[in-house]
Design a protein around this ligand. Structure first.
Ligand code: UDP
Length: 491
């Protein structure tokens, strides 16, 4: 441990659980390794949320800054993207910049109280304005991307350049801006807001300046492992011309579990029995090694009713055992009982009866499921946390990316890592059960491609775990990167 307990780092995450949790995990990691004081600031409700997940570390201060969503044309008490319909999410993005004045005041107060400036501000890539605050106060600002290197580079470069702007058709290909020629996508790959962005829309007006500010920071921290994303890392380094410290994996699961859970799944309706993590694992115990498919679209996303129906039928027809963290599709909630519109009649009961599939309606114990020996593949929306969690356990991925940078994660796993295969993407795709069945057969098959993917996933899993280890005095690359980062801000 380094011996400068008086140093102080201020951290500023974006307003979404998928950002708050890795920020807190990073705070802990830095604190434990350096002894520094860390303060994480956000809006009052986000701080409350973090407090509920934090197994208290007295050296990590969680400080609310004034924010009132009603002042920004948002419903009262709206402080994370999760609580908003998609059409209003951009309003919250813009509102996040209003933290600037209170943030500036806070830094001044800390400086007076500590008798010196904080040694560094770590701000979310989406909170680029913090770089300007830091510069004006002569404090080092480092940006933290909660995504991987490939995903960050693709996401930021597409917002910066909007390369698809002048294409005629949604299926015309273009090269991802900072990437080698072979990394091509079509406009239909892009999330709906990026797809229609022209530089003058509200999304571009947020992302273009904020990412530009972040590109002006002292360096970037990235929630990844350098050995697993050589291309993404090279692209990010070459184009940002900044030091990139790969300090991942910041696996958030433990914290999510110890909390009373953000409750994004809502309460299970009526008298239906709930399932404990132990019950999930007991169920997995029934099956042979690598034979069960785990399905989840993360903490916020879901698919359409027709897509869900085809997915269910495909699962059933594949005959492959599965465990599905299921949320009602778009337009439905748990209280209503229109399940016949999105699942075949009697599906849940039949699947259990036939010992074929288990539906988890609440929060699934994801890391436990992924680390169970029976789990053989993960049908995932390719959120970065899910991606890291799955690969860290050597579990290959069937991709169904839905939002944010997920489509790039899915692409990277398929094309660069060879550990994934994309089933489909987005909410518009007209997926049919035959596709589901076919892809499951490829990935879960004991010969050929599936085995190859599993082997590669295991190799990557070993790299991920090794990066966070210190053995016989040899530091894993992520520990080394964290120390390098600390050394750079101290010098
Ligand atoms: N998660 C979980 N149980 C669930 C759903 C999600 O434990 O039923 C956790 C998952 O392990 C991961 C996080 O929630 O750590 C989801 O993050 P990710 O980046 O994959 O996707 P997001 O939810 O941000 O879209």
């Amino acid at each position: 441990k380094m011996d400068s307990p008086q140093e102080h780092i201020i951290m500023l995450p974006f307003f979404a659980h998928g950002h708050l949790i890795p920020f807190l995990a990073l705070a802990k990691q830095i604190q434990e390794r350096t002894g520094f004081t860390i303060t994480l600031v956000s809006t009052p409700l986000n701080i409350l949320y973090l407090k509920s997940t934090n197994t208290q570390n007295p050296q990590i201060h969680l400080v609310p800054l004034p924010f009132n969503s009603s002042h920004h044309n948002l419903p009262p008490n709206t402080e994370t993207t999760e609580s908003l319909p998609l059409s209003q999410v951009i309003t919250l993005f813009h509102a996040s910049s209003s933290l600037e004045s209170p943030f500036r005041r806070f830094i001044s107060d800390v400086t007076i109280r500590d008798g010196k400036s904080p040694i560094c501000i770590i701000s979310d890539v989406f909170m680029g304005w913090a770089n300007e605050v830091a510069k004006s106060l002569d404090i080092v600002n480092v940006s933290f991307s909660t995504c991987g290197a490939y995903g960050s580079a693709a996401y930021v470069s597409v917002w910066q350049k909007l390369p698809h702007r002048f294409l005629e058709n949604d299926n015309d290909e273009f090269c991802l801006p900072w990437f080698p020629e072979r990394c091509r996508v079509t406009r239909s790959h892009l999330h709906q807001f990026v797809r229609v962005a022209d530089g003058n829309d509200e999304w571009s007006k947020f992302f273009q300046p904020q990412t530009t500010f972040s590109l002006g920071s002292f360096g970037w921290l990235c929630n990844t492992v350098q050995e697993i994303e050589p291309l993404g890392l090279e692209v990010l380094k070459n184009n940002t011309k900044l030091p990139i410290w790969c300090i991942g994996p910041l696996l958030p699961q433990r914290m999510l579990e110890s909390s009373s859970n953000p409750g994004t799944f809502g309460k299970r309706a009526g008298k239906e029995p709930g399932l404990s993590p132990e019950e999930c694992l007991k169920w997995l115990d029934l099956f042979p090694k690598s034979s069960v498919l785990y399905i989840s679209f993360g903490s916020q996303n879901t698919i359409r009713p027709t897509q869900m129906m085809e997915l269910a039928k495909g699962l059933e027809e594949s005959g492959q055992p599965f465990i599905w963290a299921i949320r009602p599709p778009i337009g439905f909630n748990l209280k209503e009982n229109f399940r016949d519109e999105w699942l075949p009649p009697g599906f849940e009961e039949q699947m259990i009866h036939r010992k074929l599939g288990l539906l988890v309606h609440k929060w699934a114990p994801q890391l436990e499921i992924l680390s169970h020996k029976s789990t053989g593949a993960f049908l995932s929306h390719c959120g970065w946390n899910s991606t890291l969690e799955s690969l860290s356990q050597g579990v290959p991925i069937i991709g169904w990316p839905l939002a944010a940078e997920q489509v790039y994660n899915s692409k990277m796993m398929e094309e660069e890592m060879g550990v994934g295969i994309e089933l489909t993407r987005g909410l518009e795709s007209s997926i049919v059960k035959e596709d589901v069945k076919r892809v499951i057969e490829i990935v879960m098959g004991k010969n050929g491609k599936g085995e190859e993917m599993r082997k590669k996933a295991c190799e990557i899993g070993e790299l991920i775990r090794a990066a966070a280890r210190e053995e016989n005095g040899v530091k894993g690359s992520s520990l080394q990167a964290l120390d390098d980062f600390v050394a750079s801000i101290l010098s």
